[in-house]
Ligand binder design. Sequence first.
Ligand SMILES: [Zn+2]
Ligand SMILES: [Zn+2]
Length: 353
Amino acid sequence: MPIQTKGYANPDATSPFATHSFQRRDPGPSDVSIAIEFCGICHSDIHTARSEWGEAFYPCVPGHEIVGTVTAIGQEVIGFKEGQRVGVGCMVDSCRQCKTCKEGDEQHCERGQTCWTYNTQITKPQPGEDSYTKGGYADHIVVDEKFVLRIPENLDPAAAAPLLCAGVTTFSPLNHLAVKPGDKVGVLGLGGLGHMAVKLAASMGAEVTVLSRSPHKKEDAQSLGAKSFCLTTSASECEGLAGTLDCIIDTVSAPHDLDQAASFLKKDGTLVLVGASDKPLEFNAFSMIAGRKKIMGSLIGGIPETQKMLDHCGKHGIVSEIEVITPSQINEAYERMLKSDVKYRFVIDCSKM
Ligand SMILES: [Zn+2]
Ligand SMILES: [Zn+2]
């Protein structure tokens, strides 16, 4: 039977979120049915809901930082059991056949068949299902077990929710660059992504420096685990940092000074872009040529890497800094996020749908 679901959606790009009832598909043999407890709010949710990344499907139910408990499993499910705490991130399916999917990088599916958790057209909808995906601003979701993650039991479920996007987005490049104890890691921008980058890099033994234009972020940077802080508007502080960092996790999502960021890197250092600016970024070629420096992009992480990140967070007791809200506060939360007035992630209590 399709599952009657209560959620929050906006009916078009400019209207506020309001309650929205819909159906999830009739769970199949490999599906896990999940009662959603918490869902984080990511900036991608705002861009999508407001059609800033192309025309969205409406009503739009965003949300891809989902934590809940298993209410039922299909007969072929082997990895999960009823009552278990689980997570769902940015993806709910992919082609599963191409080389990239088989390598566990489903977010880069070569056939372009990554099925995102919300706002993706479904080619063959199942009984009860809409023709496009709906995310975690809801009380229930049905997901194939291949795209369901295990949440370590020692982590607070609300604070663990943002690990599913903000966590893996910053963990993945640190993992790919094999960051190790003693490495010097810069984190540019201290918001939802940046604060996770600081915690994760510090947990890997790196010496973390937060790079920010806001002097009032200094205290937070240190309490999150950063060893130092560089005010990027101060010439003397920047001079002291020149040529010292192995890599920088750049979380800024607006045009900014890449030449300055590159100047902080050692020879062979890497500037990792995880913040998606909607306008083109500019930099001087010599900033990269001198010192053989690299610019690298990174998009969330695959399912195996997301599980690796969650297990790492369980081992080190790492969660996000959050403010829990009720579903009726989503509109207010969006306005506050656009003013950077959140420390550091809003999480919706989905039991109150
Ligand atoms: Zn996200
Ligand atoms: Zn694929």
